[in-house]
Structure formats: structure tokens, C-alpha cells
Ligand binder design. Sequence first.
Ligand code: CU
Length: 107
Amino acid sequence: MLVTRTLPIMTAMALLAMTAPSGAATITIVMQNLVITPAEVSAKVGDTIEWVNKDVVAHTATAQQGGDFDVMLPANKSGSLVVNKAGTFPYYCRFHPNMKAMLTVAP
Ligand SMILES: [Cu+2]
């Protein structure tokens, strides 16, 4: 009885290990009512950042300095980015400059 119960779990774990070999994560950030949530996110190089725009207006996720990234987020759409550089990246929305947040990327 014990064997038949644990076997499917082990199979599932093996599949998980195969689909995410590097341990890279996807971090979801929501833009809703002109607010970015969470406002501060910590990621690692190789992770995917996904912004979900739940508003009926377009937003962007634009790095404050250096042009590190500029992701366009049309109304009710999402956009993503794989972070390939460590650092601290304050970013904002070009259309609504009061929308600000911080992305920290560890090596
Ligand atoms: Cu905006």
C-alpha cells in the first residue's frame, strides 16, 4: 500500500527536476489601479520577471537608468523579461511616472 502511494509522488518530483534544472524562478508582479505590487522584488540572474497589467490602460516597466529594460504592457496583457544582470534596478511606468517599484537581482 505504501509503495503504490509514494511512487506517483516520486515520479512527479523527477518531472519537476527535469523541467527546472537551473532552479530559475518566475516572479509575477501585478499592475492594478496604477499600483505595482509588490513594490519591491528580489530575484536571481536567470529568473523570469512577469508583469501582469490588470488595468484598462497601458503601462510599461522601464528601468530608471541605463536603459536596462523597457517592457511594454498593453491593457490587460502581460510581459516578461529574463534578468541577466545583477544589480538594483528602480523602474517606473513611462505613462504614469508615479508608478514606481524596485527590482533587485542577485548574481
Ligand atoms: Cu502606467
